[in-house]
Design a binder for this molecule. Structure first.
Ligand code: AP5
Length: 209
């Protein structure tokens, strides 16, 4: 299956993608993760995108489309987390024959709580939340024992810029995929285990079709 996960910043795309990837043996392709890794490695791409990432702005389409093109071989089953985010990006992957687009619907007030409480492992990038996904030992990653940090774009000022870009550039994709009859909207406001169950149930049904 080839799936796309749509949703506002902090709606749970990464969390849901991890669950779907392990349940259905899909490759998890997160464009945010690709960008952060390239920045950490100081590659030419990483240096070029840093100014956009630091400001919470979208990376220009031509750069992002090139990065995704070189990641997808076309033969594997995958879940795309964070791509496409604009109509030109969606048009660029038309040839991929996407099976379904899952749209995570969460009220903005809940999202603010999620983003402000999110913590990431400084080494292996595992995700946590100070209330919803607590590590066993405060501030320490369960998986590799490294220190947990707050993502630099999870500050109130940058979060509001990310929302602005989401509302103007990404939200139109809901209608775009609705017209193509690929869109499935899931109520992603409930706790993680409830969202996980409903998304796995939905994809299980789609997989049997
Ligand atoms: P990216 O990393 O994709 O950021 P984002 O879309 O803003 O999404 P997040 O990673 O913040 O949140 P999420 O929806 O994955 O939620 P999560 O599961 O972590 O992109 C970062 C930047 O890269 C962009 O701003 C842009 O600059 C650039 N970029 C990336 N792709 C691009 C593209 N295609 N084009 C241009 N630029 C691009 O959950 C959030 C928190 O909530 C966590 O703490 C989690 O534990 C918790 N949580 C999750 N689910 C639940 C639940 N059900 N209940 C309670 N808590 C929950």
């Amino acid at each position: 299956m080839k799936l796309i996960l749509l949703g506002a910043p902090g709606s749970g795309k990464g969390t849901v993608s991890d669950a779907l990837a392990s349940e259905f043996k899909l490759k998890h392709i997160s464009t945010g993760e690709i960008c952060r890794e390239e920045m950490a490695k100081n590659t030419a791409f990483g240096t070029e995108i840093k100014q956009y990432m630091d400001q919470g702005r979208l990376v220009p389409d031509e750069l992002m489309i090139k990065a995704v093109d070189s990641t997808i071989t076309g033969k594997e089953d995958y879940i795309l987390d964070g791509f496409p985010r604009t109509i030109p990006q969606a048009e660029a992957i038309e040839k991929q024959k996407i099976d379904a687009v899952i749209n995570l619907d969460v009220p903005e007030a809940e999202i603010i709580k999620r983003l402000s409480g999110r913590r990431m492992c400084s080494k292996c990038n595992a995700g946590y939340h100070i209330n919803y996904f607590k590590p066993k030992k405060e501030g320490i990653c369960d998986k590799c024992g490294s220190k947990l940090i707050q993502r630099p774009d999870d500050t109130p000022k940058i979060i509001s810029k990310r929302f602005k870009d989401y509302n103007t550039k990404t939200k139109p994709l809901v209608e775009y995929y609705q017209k193509k009859k690929l869109l499935h909207t899931v109520d992603a406001a409930p706790p993680p285990e409830v969202v996980r169950k409903s998304v796995i149930g939905l994809v299980g049904k789609l997989n049997k079709k």
